[in-house]
Design a binder for this molecule. Structure first.
Ligand code: PLP
Length: 410
């Protein structure tokens, strides 16, 4: 796998990292770790902006709404009270208790504070879970196209990445028969992401029950990435951990970044069996010590305070979804299905005759539209683009116009 993600990346590789001498500067495992295209394209877009070019940002998966003032005020109060030191490594007890209540209310998941680990963002839960559970040679099934960190960390840990391909003709849903065929005695972990980045699909309760039936009775676990659980347009997202027999086999990932517009605060959490929580906390102590104290206090306010801003944000995303999907479908060579959750459109651009990597590059450089090549989410994302519509409506309209004009010029 290459360090950059401009090429499609499946399977673990080890690029040349030599320094011209016998021994490489970098540890071999670094060859398995990829970057994240969203951050790479953001840097390229910022460089264009620094030269005076106006860029419309569809690349980064970050809400454009500010953190709610009552959450900011809670952090300020905590700072005034000097909550600036080390604190409980697993997470403040009142925050873990608030998470237990929140999971019960929104997902019907019954858990305990001992099963919750608070982390600096949701992402560390991916890293910690894989490091805690996966031995070299163990197989890990993960969605493709999917969040690039999954494959990257599987490879870093020496695991064998086994892609479960999400196909557009199946509305990017996990094909349960195909999944069953991928499970072998070597499978240690299945990663689910619902609602999904980048496809916007989400798994129904019936699908989760079928997946659970395939997993139960096997010596394997599920990492259920539910970071977009509150951003759904029809129905309600649910967790596989609520399916009978699955709580002890599931590590739930969720957090504050997307739901409460707190990406930069770095606050997330995992829910898992107590013995797994102990191991994850041990890794956390060895890497981060703890999650920032005053940020955790702001997190309590986010969970316990008014929730109307979340509903209003989702209502606005729903309006933007209509505009983006209609805009994309009106473009030459582009087709786009309506996402069911999260805030990403994942249009096919096969009809343009251009490779998605080349098209993404040209749209940035020629039209000032920053978006991602679907191939950076795995080989099955080749031929697609990913657009985040966590961007204000006037900018979405301008972006659509610029894209349309650029595609006409192809
Ligand atoms: N999981 C998925 C599917 C994501 O898209 C993201 C962020 O983009 C994360 C996890 C990480 O979220 P956080 O910012 O809380 O670390």
């Amino acid at each position: 796998m290459s360090g950059g993600q401009e090429d499609s990346v499946d399977g673990c590789g080890s690029p040349e990292r030599g320094d011209g001498m016998n021994r490489s500067v970098f540890a071999e495992r670094m060859g398995a770790l990829a970057g994240e295209s969203a951050f790479q394209v953001l840097a390229a877009a910022n460089a264009l902006e620094a030269k005076g070019k106006k860029v419309i940002h569809f690349e980064i998966g970050e809400p454009d709404f500010p953190t709610q003032p009552h959450i900011v005020e809670a952090a300020k109060r905590a700072l005034d009270q000097n909550c600036t030191g080390y604190c409980n490594a697993q997470g403040l007890v009142p925050l873990r208790e608030a998470i237990v209540e929140h999971e019960k209310e929104f997902k019907g998941l019954h858990t305990t504070r001992e099963q919750v680990v608070v982390t600096p963002g949701g992402k560390p839960i991916i890293y910690y879970t894989i490091c805690v559970l996966v031995n070299p040679g163990d197989e890990v099934i993960y969605p493709n196209p999917g969040f690039p960190t999954y494959e990257s960390v599987i490879c870093y840990a020496g695991g064998v990445p086994v892609p479960a391909v999400l196909k557009e003709e199946k509305a990017f849903r996990l094909d349960i028969d195909e999944l069953k065929a991928l499970i072998t005695p070597k499978t240690k972990l299945l990663i689910l992401n619902s609602p999904s980045n980048p496809t916007g699909s989400f798994l129904t309760g019936a699908e989760l029950a079928e997946i659970a039936a395939a997993v139960r009775g096997r010596d394997m676990y599920v990492l259920s990435d539910e970071i977009y659980s509150r951003i759904v347009y029809e129905g309600k997202a649910t967790s596989i951990a609520t399916v009978p027999g699955m709580k002890d086999k599931t590590i739930v990932l969720d957090g504050f970044s997307k739901t409460y517009c707190m990406t930069g605060w770095r606050l997330g959490y995992g829910i898992m069996r107590e013995d797994i929580a102990e191991q994850v906390t041990r890794l956390l102590i060895n890497s981060n010590s703890c999650t920032t104290h005053f940020v955790q206090l702001a997190g309590i306010e986010a969970l316990k305070g008014p929730q109307d801003a979340v509903d209003e944000m989702v209502a606005e995303y729903r309006r933007r979804r209509e505009a983006v999907v209609a805009g994309l479908n009106s473009m030459q060579g582009v087709t786009c299905r309506k996402p069911d959750g999260a805030f990403y459109a994942f249009p096919s651009v096969r009809g343009t005759g251009c490779k998605s990597a080349e098209l993404a590059q040209r749209l940035l450089e020629d039209a000032g539209v920053a978006l991602l090549n679907g191939g950076t989410f795995g080989a099955a994302g080749e031929g697609y683009l990913r657009l985040s519509y966590a961007t204000a409506m006037p900018l979405i309209r301008e972006g659509m116009e610029r894209m349309d004009a650029a595609l006409r010029r192809l």
